[in-house]
Design a protein around this ligand. Structure first.
Ligand code: SAM
Length: 342
């Protein structure tokens, strides 16, 4: 491996620069989505290994002030279950340069938290919504809480956490016929919808490529009803390839869009600008990486901000060219998505 050049930011040996940080605030969740968690039996991270609120804010500060991170997304598990989330967002919003701040959530709890989070400085939310039908929600998420997700969406919109983005994963035989309905719902409410291909990150290791609903199939469903044209906007490092939905306007008056994140069938690793911090203080340079760098140990061992930044840079320098799902040697990471932070 070539040696790392002297650079302040999170560069890797393929020339990518990570500016987008995903921070997991907890591995716990109040849903049990089949593509993510088992019904029961998943051990939680031990409490003493979880970063405290102050430790999270310190690492986020190192990222924004020393490492060039400009975008921070809080996730989990379910980040709204973290009691200190409003204070953590306020701490991140006080940083200079101020990063853009968002949360990925299942929406449960947003009815109560959207306004305080907006007041603390949150810019927007991504809400996961895989189905509009209560029975399918029960089959997918193993809980009867769909109505709370809708309440959360309304609260996010009312609090100005816009654009409200929706994430949907389609599962074969459960909700694979809902692409059109989900887009109609998003268009009617001024939400921006993105479909995500199911990835091999479930705790049960039950993912099978043959079962996955691929991006092309989703687009074919959408095109049976909507006219989609390529989005002329520069894609950059965005994971979603986006299309304009002709004849529909977005909430801001611009053209309505729909996105597909085809992580499996059309990987976008070459443009990846993400770095990840788990709830127990490990840096991961990829969703699928087998290695982690322990910032919690360094932090609790008395390391300076400079030393933490240097360890983070070294972690990113080792990032692989791609996730390698198609390689015969591919190994699913030991951590499930819920403990990495999606
Ligand atoms: N609990 C929050 C939520 O539901 O959005 C945040 C964490 S969740 C792990 C983040 C996103 O990852 C969700 O949109 C979820 O649908 C997606 N996700 C989880 N497991 C996935 C998988 N195996 N493949 C693709 N997306 C997945």
């Amino acid at each position: 491996m070539p040696s790392r050049p002297h650079a302040a930011g999170l560069v890797d040996r393929f020339g990518r620069v990570a500016e987008d940080l995903r921070v997991s605030l907890t591995d716990r969740c109040n849903l049990r989505c089949t593509y993510c968690m088992p019904e029961e039996g998943l051990a939680w991270l031990p409490k003493q290994t979880l970063l405290t609120d102050d430790e999270v804010v310190r690492l986020v500060r190192v990222a924004a002030e020393r490492l060039g991170v400009t975008e921070i997304r809080f996730t989990g598990g379910e980040p709204l279950l973290r009691p200190g989330i409003v204070g953590i967002v306020a701490g991140a919003a006080a940083l200079r340069p101020r990063p853009r701040l968002s949360v990925t959530t299942n929406g449960i709890g947003l009815a109560r938290l959207a306004a305080p989070l907006a007041a603390a400085g949150l810019d927007r939310v991504n809400v996961s919504l895989d189905t509009l039908r209560p029975e399918q929600f029960q089959a997918l998420a193993r809980r009867r809480r769909l109505e709370e997700v809708f309440e959360g969406l309304r609260a996010a919109d009312a609090a100005g956490l816009r654009p409200v983005k929706l994430n949907a994963v389609l599962m074969r035989g459960i909700n694979d016929d809902e692409a059109v309905d989900l887009l109609s719902f998003a268009l009617a409410h001024g939400y921006e919808l993105r479909f995500i291909e199911q990835m091999p990150l479930d705790a049960q290791h039950a993912w099978r490529r043959e079962d996955m609903v691929a991006g092309e199939e989703i687009l074919a469903q959408l095109r049976s009803v909507f006219t989609l044209s390529p989005d002329p906007a520069e894609r950059g490092a965005a994971p979603a390839e986006t299309w304009l939905v002709e004849g529909h306007a977005a909430a801001d008056g611009g053209p309505a869009k729909v996105g597909v994140i085809a992580s499996v069938t059309q990987p976008f690793c070459g443009a990846c600008d993400r770095t990840r911090l788990t709830a127990d203080g490990q840096v991961r340079n990829c969703l699928f990486s087998q290695d982690e760098t322990d910032l919690r140990g360094l932090l609790r061992g008395g390391s300076s901000d400079d030393e933490l930044a240097q360890a983070w840079r070294a972690a990113m320098w080792g990032k692989r060219a791609g996730h390698g799902i198609d390689d015969p040697s591919f190994l699913q990471p030991a951590r499930p998505m819920s403990a990495i932070g999606g």
